[in-house]
Write a protein that binds this ligand. Sequence first.
Ligand code: NAD
Length: 332
Amino acid sequence: MQNIVIVGSGFIARQHAQAIQEEPGVRLAAFVNPNPKNAGKLAEEFGCAYYPGLREAAAGTRVDVVDICAPTHLHEQYAVEAAGLKCHVLCEKPVTFTLESFDRMVSACRENGVAFMVAQAARWWPEFVVIQDYLQQGRLGEPRMIYEKRLCQLPPWSTWHRDPKKSGGGLYDLNIHDIDFLASILGRPEQVYAVGHKTPEGCWMHVATSLTWASGVRAVVETCLDMPGPWPFSIELRATGSKGTLHYNLQAGVNIADGQSNSNFTWYPAGEAQPQELTAPPVDMFRAEIREFLDAVREGREPSVTVAENRLVLEIVLATLRSLEEGRAVAL
Ligand SMILES: NC(=O)c1ccc[n+]([C@@H]2O[C@H](COP(=O)([O-])OP(=O)(O)OC[C@H]3O[C@@H](n4cnc5c(N)ncnc54)[C@H](O)[C@@H]3O)[C@@H](O)[C@H]2O)c1
């Protein structure tokens, strides 16, 4: 039985807690949050303890894994502390803002002999899994062009997302899902060029990035974390290759947890054949990512979301930031 402590007790902490409760071989031991009002409520709901800090948690219970679900600017400090306590580290995305910060997190884990994985849940999003299969098994033919879109309102449950120092804006917070997906399939792009909207607080909230690979594949990724008005949480992924086009389109409610999702997923084969509606096998992405991390810990192997991939994704986001700030294409 592996004991997990979740740092933070907000939106994503609840999703992780639900997933952990359903997963065999693991126990949710506690929430960590200096705000007892917030943590106490969730601890009561999930029947576990809560502590103001990681050190107190480690003194009060056995902790094998620390699952960091706190605002992004706190990820590094908690990852380094957890590693120092010899706990394996699962960290929400975006992992952090700079390569130097990322390297400190990874070094702390390596020096203490603990595992580290970034919780890139979209890797297990059911339709994304099917699209990845089509691409990797050649069913799409030669890939030509990929378009990804992820647009939502500012999360109504928090204010820290507006602060570039705490969230990095849409450029980091949402964009990272799609950049991670592309980089995990296509590897390092040659160049990025981005345009976007920056808020008066200095947050790049709405960004459209074009990416080119030496193989000839092109992609465009559009991200927005502050759509005005009642814009629904929406995702689109269109992948076109020589054998046809896969198209996934989702409109949820205010956020992905609303359950009001309205989606379609279609394969448009090249030539005369008719479009085909697809159904992706259901996957609980939060359970799947947590299971992958715990399996990797048990088996003593690197998790499938690798440190090299996470570092590359950060490099791409940082190149995108330079492109936005300098108004030019940036090579990688
Ligand atoms: N994978 C996904 O799909 C997904 C979705 C949403 C958020 N996230 C990521 O998860 C992280 C948290 O986002 P959220 O939406 O849950 O935010 P949130 O505001 O809902 O929750 C943050 C929690 O952290 C707590 N907190 C604040 N300061 C703290 C501290 N010093 N120590 C410990 N806890 C502290 C808050 O009290 C709150 O409980 C962010 O990095 C975000 O990008 C990922």
